[in-house]
Design a protein around this ligand. Structure first.
Ligand code: HPA
Length: 260
């Protein structure tokens, strides 16, 4: 895979706690439409260091769209149409694995989809043929390596593995549901990891998840989950997420699209 800069912008989909990307030198903002409807926010175009970037706020700006109502297809399509071939999805998650406490960063390597009723594929309607994409490895390994090496260089508290359990929300889980997720092999739980990753794969784009643990998952601590706790973890951990984005950006811009 080439690491020469392709000149293509990198897409960043910011989740809870990352509605705007400070440090991005903004060159333009565009409201766009897609055959699937409007994306969650304007596309904010700019530069992070030397790399051109297109930023999109998954829950809108201001934060108003709940996880089950995000138009994931419009978001991924809008980035694709803007020339993006590599997406970093930033996600706030609950930690199940004992090492994954608040403010810890995770670059997961697998995902299990527990969501339902979401528009989760581009392949529908009058199709000429049915397509089954390969999704064995949902995250682009080369992109994961770039995030991992940036996290290591910045000496951050992070894990370079993890199975992301994508739940429907918007409520948080019961303690029994988290035990079930754990038995299934999930290390972290969030509500926005799917169908975003699969949609990117359908468009043959590189996709990687950069997750910030904002609470211990339900039943994994001695207290109930509060917004105060979540906000404190975001405050503590988001600077590390931004450092990883800044350090890895040029490398991500040099990845060739999947299957090319
Ligand atoms: N569960 C699901 N989604 C989440 C959580 C959680 O505990 N924390 C942040 N997003």
């Amino acid at each position: 895979m080439s690491t020469e800069n392709t000149g293509q912008p990198v897409g960043i989909i910011g989740g809870t706690g990352l509605t705007t990307l400070s440090g991005l030198q903004i060159t333009g903002e565009r409201s766009v439409n897609t055959p699937w409807g409007q994306p969650s926010s304007k596309l904010v175009e700019g530069r992070l260091g030397d790399q051109s970037v297109v930023f999109l706020a998954r829950h809108g700006n201001p934060h108003r769209i709940p996880p089950h109502q995000v138009n994931y297809r419009a978001n991924v399509q809008a980035l694709h149409d803007a020339g993006v071939r590599t997406i970093v999805g930033v996600n706030a998650v609950g930690g199940i694995h004992p090492d994954m406490g608040p403010a810890h960063i995770v670059i997961p390597d697998q995902i299990i989809d527990y969501t339902w009723g979401r528009a989760s594929t581009f392949f529908e309607g009058e199709l000429e043929e049915t397509t089954h994409i390969d999704f064995t490895w949902p995250y682009t390994e080369k992109a994961r390596e770039l995030l991992i090496s940036a996290a290591r260089d910045e000496a951050l508290s992070f894990s370079d593995f993890g199975v992301y359990g994508a739940t429907q929300g918007p409520r948080l889980e019961t303690a029994a549901e988290v035990l079930k997720l754990e038995r299934d092999g999930c290390d972290l739980v969030g509500m926005t990891g799917m169908p975003e990753a699969a949609l990117a794969a359908e468009l043959q784009m590189n996709y990687v998840c950069l997750a910030l643990v904002v609470n211990r998952a339900a039943g994994k601590s001695d207290h109930i989950i509060t917004m105060t706790e979540i906000e404190a973890a975001i405050e503590q951990g988001m600077s590390g997420i931004k450092r990883i984005l800044e350090v890895s950006m040029a490398g991500l811009g040099g990845l060739t699209p999947q299957f090319s």
